[in-house]
Structure formats: C-alpha cells, structure tokens
Design a protein around this ligand. Structure first.
Ligand SMILES: Nc1ncnc2c1ncn2[C@@H]1O[C@H](COP(=O)(O)OP(=O)(O)OP(=O)(O)O)[C@@H](O)[C@H]1O
Length: 642
C-alpha cells in the first residue's frame, strides 16, 4: 500500500509540487507556533516577506517573468507560513494555506502544460530534423525524460531516441516474468503503434535492458503495449506431457501451458484446428498430444491422412484409427468416405426431433461418435492431389454440424497450400495453433489477416513447441509452450486405448451397420433402430493402388494386361491370347507398353508360340514384399475394418 502511494506520488511529482510546498510551509508555521515565536522570528518573517516583495517589484520593473513569478510564489508561501506561525492550527491559517495553494495552481498549471508541450515538441523536432550526425541518436540525457522507475526512465529515453517520445507511460506492471506498460504515442508522421512495432529491434537496442522485448498495438492505434520478458519459465528442453486428461471430445483438450502455469486448452467441438509452423518447430508434437487425448475419448472415431511416406507421423496411432491414408489415392478415398458419412449423418439428423418437435441441427455425443480427421502435411496433400481441395472445402464448411472435425498440420501455409483462390479453406479453421516460423511472411497466412501487426509474432517464438493459440477462447496473442510427448508415451497411450480383443480392431468398435461393401457407399444407410444411432457410420475400405515394381502407379488402361501377365506366370502371354481373353483387340497397340516394360526390366521376350512372341513377366523377382505388392487386398497402411 505504502509502496503504491509512493509510486503514485512519484509519478505525479510535478503536479503535486505546489500543494506539497504550501502544505509543508503551513506545517512548519504551526510547528514554529508550537515551540513559541519570539520577536526576532517575527522580524525574520517580516524581512523575508519584504525581500520577496522586492523581488516581485524588481521583476515587474525589469519585465522578468521568472523573477516576478518566483517573488510572488515565495511571498505567498512566506505569508502563509507567517500566519501559521502566528495563529497556529486555526481557521485563518487554513484559509491562508488554501488561498495560496489555489492561486499557485492558477499560475502553475498553464505553465506546466506549456512546458511539457514545448519539451515534447522540441524532442520530436530534434528527432525529425536530426540536428545531430546520423547514427548518434538524440541526446536523451537531459533531466525531465525520467520516469518513476528505472524501467520507465529507460523506456521513455529509448522512445525519445527512436523519435517517438511518449505522451504518457502507464504505471509499469511487474510480473513473474518481467514487466509491461502501455505507452501513449505522440501525433506525428511515423509515430503510430504499428510504426514503432516495425522498429522493435532498434527500440530494444535503445532500451539497453536485459530481456526480450515484445510490442503489440493497444486498444487505440496510438497506444503501444510494451512487454519486456526477463525470465522465461517455458525455456528448457520441453514440458513433459502429463498424460491423457479428457474422456470426451466435448471437454477442452490441454495441449500445453502458459508462463503463469495455466493450461492451453483446445475446444475441438468449436471447430476445425490448423497447426502450422516452420520445419522442426513442433507440429508433430502438437498433433500427437491432440491425438493422444482423442484416442482416449469414447465418443471419437479417429481417421488420418499422413502425407509423409509410410505415414511416419500418424503411423503409431494406426491401431486407434478407423482409417489411415498415406498417399493421394487413399487420402481421396478417406475424404469420399467422410463426405458420404457427412451426408448419411445429415439425413439421420433430419429424422430427429427435439423435445418440442423442433429439428435437431447439431451433432452431439448422444447421436453417436464424432469423427476427427487428422491431416499431417496438408500442403503436401493439396500439392499431390489438387483435386481434393474442393472435397476438403465442402467437408470443412458443412461437416461441423454432423460431428466431423478436421485437424490439419502444415509447414507451408501459403494460399496454394489451402487450395488456392476460390477454395481457400483457411477461413474454416476456428482454432489456429501457431508454432515458430523463421520469417514474418507466413504469420498472416496462419493466424489471419493483420495478425502480424496485432502482435501474433510467431517469428519471435524462440523454441520448438512454443506456440500462440487463436480461438474463441484465446483472442489475444500470448506465448505458451506445447507439451512434449515422447515416443514411449505415444506407444503406451496407443496400446492402452487400442480396440481390445482384435488386432484388426473389429470388436472394439461395434458398428451399427453390416460389414460395408468394398467401395465406399455415399448413399446414407438407414440409421440403426433403437439405440442412439447413426454415429458409427461405415469404416472406409481403402484399396491399395496397383503399382509397377518401381512404385509408380499403373495407368488404368494398362492394368488388365499387367494382371494377365501376372496370372500367366512363367508360361507367358502372346498378343492373340490377350485378344482371346478380351484384354485388347487386334487393333490395340500394346507393343509400346510391352517395349517400355522390357526396357524397365519387368518383362522379357521368351521365344514364340503359334508364331506370336511370348512375353513373360519377370518383375515378380523385383517386386516388393507381399505386404506392399499389388493385390486386391487392402494396403496394410490403410486398415479397413473396425
Ligand atoms: N513441445 C515441445 N517441447 C520441446 N521440444 C519440442 C517440442 N516440440 C518439438 N520439439 C523438438 O523439436 C523437434 C522437432 O519437432 P517435430 O518433429 O514435432 O517438428 P515438426 O514441425 O513436426 O517437424 P517437420 O517439419 O519435420 O514436420 C523434436 O524432435 C523436439 O526435439
């Protein structure tokens, strides 16, 4: 309390000076009255009043405002003290004190305002006209540019040296991690908060205080919030993930913490989530923390698209997922399935009525499981399969009401990465988890238009996993750090929450529908009768894409010939035989294809049969392991049954 009062008095020292002087002199007079005033003292008071009167007379005569003002102030103060000394604490003394104080303010306030205005104007002029040689800065050593703390003084002087002397600096607030203050900037050409934010490095250098400087725009365009972080509680190798914390997707999922120890919460039911940042800055960490919590939710069916070859990132969660795609073809199938599921759910919701007979417009866990699709490397997906952008857009726009959520992670959040003009899916991400980036350019792409200027400085996040989250819950930029989940935790969590009793996962996720057809069926099946229905939908059946031994895709028109060669085995196949089997007709030119395959070493000519060349597929010897071979079976990366 005492400290707060002292700070307040320190801040307003110029404003309080006349009142303090008058009060002090009145008290001195009363003290003198208390100890007894002798004739010599009366003579002293008289002499003093005469001398100050003389000063006033001299000042008026020689037209010196300073001497006159000084004389009037001193005379008033002395008269006040004399009355106090003569009468002691009394009504006349109080009246004299009041009159002197009020009169002094009548003169002092206009002077103070003018002096301050002149000083600021002078500083601005000095900064703008640069009377000093370039690079020397403005001399800010003059008394007057001071605050009531060392930090405020440093800040004021740093701003003056930058050419934007503060009109006002709010009281500095000290926190566990540093301090912050709101600065009101002067009018001028380049004195807006935005302009100062752009010169952050220079201001930090001018400030010359240890710590990291952060600047954001305040409530008004001329207000600047200055934060200096002197200690970083989020530093260090990582904040260990505390384990699964939710049992339903409708609960907020903790993904990290803020410096004050509060958790960063993601409300997945509120909307889709974008996770974006530079390479190796912690995207997978954030994805895994979300996935680890989601696999533990009974009301979630998880699906994944991982564009890292071999589903490197989402692979560990495969057993907890209804489908995991790892290439454009299977990704396309997952999206088609999801769209079918969306339609099915929409039709199911349309059959439901609320307690008052109203239509049900929003999916909740009572209607069945939510479906969460995690896409790792969104940009890569849209680059390799640009045609899915429209599919994705539809899903993102419409699927929320049907209990479908998308979590997309990307490291190159360009417009193209979101589907390009017309299908820019960015607007659909209600929650954005921004991770460190190497340069400011992608910040507005990730956090939204104008975010950089509003302080979403992802480029200033200095450690992997550091994050700024924008969502309905968090509207102000604030630095936090994602939990770090290690491989063992991922494996243990995945195992713990894997569907029990069946490696293929069939038993663990009871399905309201009979085993689905091999091809995704966009027709909405009838919701199950009785229990809470419609939630499960069909597990997508992802088919492996036939490929040549080098992994490239076999074009559709060549697949029958390739398969016929496979079936023929060492006996080989001739063109007339191929024609007889309906693979081609006499006019189809299959020679160029066969020539290509011979060049690639997959097919060999093996003499003649009935005067026609026999072609034998030798690629079996080069073919990959059975798991990866081209068959009618599902790809192992893309499990299909629940
Ligand atoms: N939350 C975190 N806390 C501490 N360290 C982290 C955190 N997240 C990531 N890291 C560190 O950064 C490294 C890279 O993280 P991660 O693999 O998640 O990045 P990424 O952005 O997914 O990479 P890529 O660009 O290859 O997809 C990790 O190996 C780890 O050392």
């Amino acid at each position: 309390m005492a400290e707060a009062v002292c700070r307040w008095c320190g801040r307003l020292r110029y404003e309080l000076a006349p009142a303090a002087t008058s009060f002090g002199m009145t008290c001195l007079g009363w003290l003198h009255h208390g100890v007894g005033v002798d004739p010599a003292a009366y003579a002293g008071y008289g002499l003093g009043i005469a001398a100050t009167g003389g000063l006033v007379w001299g000042g008026l005569k020689f037209k010196s405002t300073v001497a006159t003002s000084l004389g009037v102030a001193s005379a008033g103060t002395l008269i006040n003290a004399t009355i106090g000394a003569v009468t002691g604490p009394s009504v006349p003394s109080l009246i004299a004190g009041g009159v002197v104080t009020i009169s002094s303010y009548a003169v002092y306030v206009p002077w103070l305002v003018k002096a301050r205005h002149d000083r600021i104007a002078l500083q601005i002029k000095a900064a703008k006209t640069a009377p000093l040689p370039d690079g020397m800065g403005v001399n800010v050593g003059q008394p007057g540019v001071t605050g009531d703390t060392e930090e405020e003084t440093a800040l004021r002087r740093a701003l003056v040296a930058l050419g934007v002397p503060a009109v006002d600096v709010s009281r500095i607030v000290f926190t566990d991690t540093g301090w912050w203050a709101t600065v009101t900037l002067p009018p001028g050409k380049n004195t807006s908060a935005q302009a100062v934010i752009a010169k952050r490095q220079q201001l930090q250098a001018n400030l010359n205080l240890p710590g990291r400087l952060r600047l954001t725009e305040g409530a008004q365009a001329n207000q600047l919030i200055v934060r200096l972080q002197t200690t970083d509680p989020l530093a260090g190798p990582g904040i260990p993930w505390p384990g699964v914390r939710v049992s339903s997707i409708e609960q907020p999922i903790p993904v990290g913490i803020y410096p004050d120890g509060t958790e960063i919460l993601i409300d997945l039911v509120d909307g889709h989530v974008l996770i974006a940042g530079g390479t190796n800055k912690g995207k997978s960490g954030a994805v895994n923390v979300l996935a680890a919590n989601l696999v533990a939710c009974d009301d979630v069916a998880l699906a994944g698209i991982d564009m890292k070859p071999g589903a490197l990132e989402l692979g560990p969660w495969q057993q907890n997922m209804v489908a995991l795609a790892d290439d454009p073809d299977t990704a396309r199938q997952v999206l088609i399935w999801l769209k079918g599921e969306m339609t099915r759910r929409g039709k199911y919701l349309a059959t439901l009525r609320g307690p008052k007979g109203e239509r049900v417009k929003k999916w909740t866990r009572e209607h069945g499981k939510y479906i969460v699709l995690i896409i790792d490397e969104l940009a890569e997906l849209l680059r390799q399969a640009p045609d899915v952008a429209a599919e994705l857009m539809t899903l993102m726009q419409v699927s929320r009401a049907m209990g479908i959520r998308i979590i997309a992670a990307t490291q190159s959040p360009s417009e193209q990465a979101f589907g390009g003009k017309g299908t820019d899916t960015r607007q659909q991400f209600g929650t954005r988890i921004g991770l460190p980036v190497n340069e400011p350019t992608p910040i507005n792409m990730i956090m939204g238009t104008g975010a950089y200027g509003q302080g979403w400085r992802l480029d200033e996040l200095d450690l992997p996993g550091k994050t700024m989250v924008s969502s309905e819950r968090y509207t102000e930029p604030r630095e936090g750090r994602c939990y770090w989940i290690d491989e063992e935790q991922i494996l243990a969590t995945s195992l713990e929450h894997a569907p029990a009793g069946d490696d293929e996962g069939g038993e663990a996720r009871p399905h309201p529908q009979p085993e689905p057809d091999p091809d995704p069926d966009p027709e909405p099946p009838t919701p199950p009768s009785g229990g809470p229905g419609g939630g499960g939908g069909e597990r997508p059946r992802l088919r492996a894409v036939p490929t040549f031994p080098d992994g490239s895709r076999i074009p559709e028109n060549r697949q029958p010939l390739w398969e016929a060669l496979q079936q023929a085995g060492p006996q080989g196949l001739t063109k007339p035989e191929a024609v007889r089997r309906g693979i081609c007709n006499h006019h189809t030119s299959i020679a160029p294809w066969l020539a290509q395959w011979i060049t690639a070493g997959w097919v060999q000519e093996d003499g003649k049969r009935d005067r026609a060349v026999v072609y034998v597929l030798t690629a079996a010897r080069h073919a990959p392991t059975p798991e990866a071979s081209v068959t009618d079976e599902e790809s192992t990366a893309c499990r299909t049954s629940l």
